[in-house]
Design a protein around this ligand. Structure first.
Ligand SMILES: [Zn+2]
Length: 407
């Protein structure tokens, strides 16, 4: 193995939070037992960063682009979530194509009853997508099967300036108020109506089209930072971003996006990648975000503890045993407060650690301990990666933290 520095970026999705009454007004980061993350904070540099530009929705796609050093507010960078998922599914888009996220949903009496059609199985969904491709014979329209209720529709020479609504935002509401609007919307409405006729006897009885965009123009991470990198995630959106930026998608068996994911596998496959293939790896864990959406603080605490025990510890042990020069950056992409049950466009705490230079850090990694650092929040989140990768240093020696060699 080469002597190069290894970089591990760990994103516990949506993990930061606000004080929770049931937890004596503490946050999950405060309550969770996480000695390894606290060790990073104790020997590294902590701070706050804002990953969502003003006026944009704090989705994981936007926030993770920012963490990877891309300003999501620049034109053509973030075009929608569907093209990112399409990339992850291996769909090659042409410049004139527009990708739509195609949910299989359940409608009853004109009401959006279930945006996931009961988390329909991938096999059942695949059959339905085949039926749609066979029955909806429209020029330039094609459906691609994904996982469970999540699929993609490609519209050749399609329109993308149409107002669409995520189906999970309108559960229990009449769909007629949320149909696509704008130039080209009739075509979408027509396809959705046709689907409801074709699928009237199925559990999933309609498709819902949203999240559209043209092929995004993302810079290559590999070229820009001269690092070969990989990405580990259960989520298509994150894998798609990685793929479009030239990171290798590392498939890990047993990853789920839920609390039962294969944490240890994520660490072990990342280590193998760092030993034999590259110098940078992004490990994304969806479970804390899912817990936030479910309003389940226990699950969020559990997810943080499992990330600590199975991912952070495994990587620290490896570096110590094999004498690896290691830098770690750990931060959520956005808060998903348990009380709100959705994402918040707010700053998140981060910790930057290196075993090449240990500093006197903080007693613990949580919102309360780090509260005093909030006024120093880095508002352009996409700049943090430069500090992590030593690109803002005077010497690029990788031996200081946060460019402190300039001081
Ligand atoms: Zn989320």
């Amino acid at each position: 193995m080469s002597d190069s520095v290894k970089y591990v970026l760990i994103i516990p999705d949506g993990a930061s939070d606000e004080p929770i009454e049931e937890l004596d007004n503490k946050t999950p980061f405060e309550v969770a037992s996480k000695p390894n993350i606290d060790k990073l904070a104790g020997e590294g540099v902590c701070g706050w960063v804002l990953n969502v530009p003003d006026g944009m929705y704090p989705g994981s796609d936007i926030c993770i682009l920012s963490i990877l050093g891309v300003n999501p507010a620049l034109p053509d960078v973030y075009t929608g979530r569907a093209p990112l998922e399409a990339a992850s599914m291996g769909i090659e888009m042409r410049d004139s194509d527009v990708a739509y996220r195609c949910n299989l949903v359940r409608i009853e009496d004109g009401i959006m009853v279930d945006y996931s059609a009961g988390h329909i199985s991938t096999e059942d969904a695949r059959e339905i997508i085949e039926i749609l491709n066979r029955e909806i014979k429209e020029d330039g329209i094609k459906f691609y099967p994904g996982v469970s209720y999540r699929h993609i529709m490609i519209w050749e020479n399609g329109k993308d300036r149409i107002e669409t609504t995520p189906p999970h935002d309108i559960t229990g509401k009449p769909i007629k108020d949320y149909m696509p609007r704008g130039d080209g919307a009739e075509r979408l409405i027509d396809i959705m109506k046709k689907s409801s006729e074709i699928l009237r006897n199925e559990k999933a009885n309609m498709v819902w089209l949203w999240g559209q965009g043209k092929k995004p123009n993302l810079p290559s991470f590999t070229k820009r930072f001269e690092l070969k990198g990989g990405v580990v995630s259960a989520v298509d959106l994150v894998k798609g971003i990685g793929k479009l930026m030239g990171l290798k998608v590392i498939d890990v068996p047993g990853v789920t996006g839920y609390i039962d994911t294969n944490y240890l596998g994520k660490a072990e496959y990342s280590i193998r990648f760092l030993e034999y293939e590259g110098d940078f790896v992004l490990i994304h864990v969806e479970a804390p975000d899912e817990a936030g959406h479910n309003g389940d603080y226990r699950a969020k605490i559990q997810a943080i503890e499992d990330i600590d025990r199975y991912i952070v510890k495994t990587i620290l042990d490896w570096a110590e045993e094999k004498k690896i020069k290691l830098r770690i950056l750990l931060l959520p992409d956005h808060p998903t407060p348990v009380k709100l049950r959705t994402h918040k466009a707010d700053m998140v705490p981060f910790v930057l650690w290196s075993n090449l230079l240990k500093v006197r850090g903080e007693s613990s990694f949580n919102e309360r301990t780090l509260e005093y650092l909030r006024p120093m929040c880095l508002k352009e989140g996409y700049r943090l990666i430069n500090l992590f990768l030593g690109k803002d240093c005077a010497t690029s020696c990788n031996e200081c933290l946060l460019g402190s060699c300039k001081l």
